[in-house]
Design a protein around this ligand. Structure first.
Ligand code: 5U1
Length: 698
């Protein structure tokens, strides 16, 4: 990466520009281009250069994001322009009243008024000040007049530009810019943070808003730098030189050009009906966004009209917040039951007095594990806060201790499996307790069978949850191999199983007998072996026999397999009952193509491919697995490093990007031809065989 004879000052400038550009593409344009390893490599090189040449250091350098030394406290800083709050509209009627009142004041018709609408992000509001194009301060909302100076913490967020990006029209940066927005944490970032905290006994946050606010108030910015925080701008509080007759929407686009992320849900609408329609659509979309919103904000678009309307008390007359129902509700914990998962993990599940949370009735919520019960200090009979957001399983996040009834009962974690009575084990260093019964335990058996039959595993059509329960409860199926001995006549005797559906299931089972090695490995349900790991194991070992006899050292040589996964795989294949099940599956006719793995380089070693659009002959996952088996890395976005883009039907922005960058593009037909050729190189004909030992279908 470092180019010979380059002057350090030039290299520093180049690295900073590349890193800033990577952040901009990732956070603002939502089009990641630089791989994490390349970003980290550049950042390390920049750190080395800045350490070697201290005169080249700069407060706006991306190296400053890693975190300044801890401070003893935050200082207070006055806001040059107060941070306002918003009036609320609690229903559609109040929205209509807001629009009509604005129209009345402006003496125009409600339908002629244009509004800029966006989601109301549920995080922590902050204000960022830029002087001469460089971030000079970042302050919390506080009481609206002054807040805490948390500049060192905000610097660590990669979605906050340390210096403003020059815009394409060639306009220079504003001399002074004050931008307001929300710091948030996505659902997935929040789940990962809490999961890690639960494992390590750290602080667990009740919701993403608390996690975002708590992370910003860390005295050690190095801790903030590890938190998955994002900043989204929603308002220009100050801009010098002053902008005259613009609209709010235009200012948001200008902010985007200057390097800020603005909401992707920003929309211009007209009149009462436009505003109500936006709020309805945002309410429907709320659970699919991947981050918490608690409403929508409606703003008069024209700045001239905003000025005319002015303020009342501490809220503008030109904006309103439409509030959605809360995502947290209080209810009573009636009981706790313990569920057994596929790998035997015992999960305490709270049975709740049914309560409506953001429009959905919740009567169960997870309590995660024994440590979480202790941390929450929760008892049966308590009043608890239940939270539901997006696709995340509802959770008990808090207990109302002062409302605890005198007859509240302690939650006792069982010592034996509630389903099969086997011992419960909790391994040292693990927070999860597990039933030791394995496939002897009907609960684990049911979950294992569901996984075995699932779409990405053996894909057995018609073998649903209810049927699996009946098959296990009747003791007809003890291992997955027993499925293949079921007859249509026998199945038809089960309640709700007609003759036709029984025949269809037997046909689906016959079809599922011929599978692929990655699917088979995935279907076995080995702990922490997902689809990608199964594909890597298959590509690396080529045959089931080679995989089954691999020791942990050999397993760790596989892409993405570390000591933990290697130990799970090795332990799984050492268990006699697992080996018996595999043999039984082969005996009932399960088969797949196998290949001796060619030693030495694979045809696509070191290449990065990208798949886009729909293909007729295979799913994208299959295409990905086949490319990986040939040694290629498969990335999610096109960059200069991409070797080839496979463009299926209706390929969109990735195809355009590849064409712009001059990356090779191949269509489905060409891709298939290449695959066949390369796979032929990989597997010598005499080594192609079927999984051995099985009788064939029939
Ligand atoms: N999205 C968004 N949230 N929010 C909060 N816009 C927005 N605007 C605000 C506030 C307090 O205030 C301005 C209208 C001044």
């Amino acid at each position: 990466m470092s180019q010979p004879y380059q002057r350090p000052e030039d290299e520093v400038v180049r690295l900073r520009a590349e890193l800033d550009d990577a952040n901009y593409r990732y956070y603002v344009l939502d089009e990641p281009q630089m791989a994490d390893v390349d970003y980290d490599r550049r950042l390390r090189r920049l750190q080395t250069l800045e350490a070697e040449y201290p005169e080249l250091q700069s407060a706006a350098s991306p190296t400053q994001r890693v975190g300044a030394p801890p401070s003893s406290g935050f200082t207070e800083r006055a806001h040059a322009v107060p941070m306002l709050s918003l009036d609320n509209a609690l229903d559609e009627q109040e929205l209509a009243v807001f629009v009509e009142r604005v129209a009345e004041r402006l003496e125009c018709s409600a339908e002629s008024l244009e509004f800029c609408c966006e989601p109301k992000l549920d995080g922590a509001a902050v204000s960022l000040v830029y002087e001469g194009g460089t971030l000079s301060a970042g302050v919390t909302r506080g009481d609206g007049r002054s807040g805490e100076d948390i500049t060192s913490n905000l610097r660590t967020l990669r979605s906050i530009p340390l210096s403003l990006v020059g815009d394409e029209s060639g306009r220079s940066h504003p001399d002074v810019l004050e931008v307001r927005g929300e710091v948030t944490m996505s659902h997935s970032g929040f789940e990962q943070l809490n999961e890690r905290a639960r494992e390590q006994g750290g602080k667990v946050f009740a919701n993403p808003r608390n996690a975002a606010a708590g992370s910003l108030r860390q005295l050690d910015p190095r801790i903030t730098s590890t938190r998955p925080l994002e900043f989204t701008a929603y308002q220009v509080a100050r801009i010098e030189p002053v902008v005259g007759d613009a609209t709010h929407h235009e200012l948001m686009l200008r902010l985007r050009d200057l390097g800020f992320r603005v909401s992707s849900q920003l929309e211009l609408v007209q009149g009462v009906s436009g505003v109500i329609d936006y709020c309805r659509r945002m309410g429907e979309r709320r659970n699919t966004l991947g981050y918490d919103i608690d409403g929508a904000v409606i703003k008069v678009n024209e700045l001239r009209l905003q000025r005319e309307l002015g303020f009342v008390a501490r809220a503008p007359r030109w904006a309103v917040a439409f509030k959605f129902p809360a995502q947290e509700q209080m209810t009573r914990l009636n009981d706790v039951e313990f569920q057994v998962g596929r790998t035997g993990a015992i999960t305490p599940v709270a049975r709740l007095e049914p309560v409506s949370v953001a429009g959905v009735t919740v009567s169960n919520a997870t309590l995660h594990n024994a440590d979480e019960i202790a941390r929450l200090d929760v008892m049966i009979g308590d009043t608890v806060a239940v939270r539901r957001a997006g696709d995340v399983i509802p959770q008990v996040v808090r207990v109302q201790r002062e409302q605890r009834p005198a007859d509240a009962q302690a939650i006792v974690f069982p010592e034996c499996c509630p389903v099969c009575d086997s011992d419960i084990e909790r391994l040292e260093g693990e927070v999860v307790a597990r039933c030791s019964g394995g496939l002897y335990c009907p609960a684990q058996r049911k979950e294992a069978l569901k996984h075995f039959a699932s779409r990405r595993a053996l894909d057995i059509d018609g073998l649903g949850e209810k049927l699996i329960e009946q098959l296990v409860d009747n003791d007809w199926v003890k291992t997955p191999a027993d499925l293949f001995d079921l007859s249509a006549e026998h199945l038809a005797t089960l309640p709700r199983m007609g003759e036709k559906s029984s025949e269809n299931l037997v046909a689906a089972l016959a079809q599922a007998r011929h599978t692929s090695l990655p699917r088979f490995i995935y279907a076995l349900g080995i702990r922490e072996v997902g689809e990608a790991t199964a594909a890597n194991l298959s590509a690396h070992f080529g045959t089931l026999a080679a995989l089954m006899s691999a020791d942990t050292q050999a397993l760790e040589a596989v892409d993405d397999v570390g000591p933990v996964v290697a130990a799970h795989v090795s332990t799984f294949f050492r268990q006699p009952h697992n080996r018996d099940t595999i043999q039984a599956l082969i005996d009932v006719g399960l088969s797949w193509e196998e290949s001796e793995v060619r030693r030495g380089p694979t045809p696509l070693d070191g290449q990065t491919w990208v798949l886009t659009g729909a293909m007729q002959s295979m799913t994208r996952d299959e295409g990905k697995a086949r490319l990986q088996a040939l040694g290629a890395k498969v990335a999610g976005s096109v960059s200069k490093k991409t070797h080839c883009l496979v463009a299926g039907d209706a390929a969109g922005s990735k195809l355009t990007k590849a064409e712009q960058l001059g990356v090779a593009v191949i269509d489905e037909q060409g891709f298939l031809e290449q695959l066949v050729e390369w796979e032929g190189e990989l597997v010598r004909p005499e080594q192609q065989n079927e999984a051995s030992g099985g009788r064939k279908d029939g």
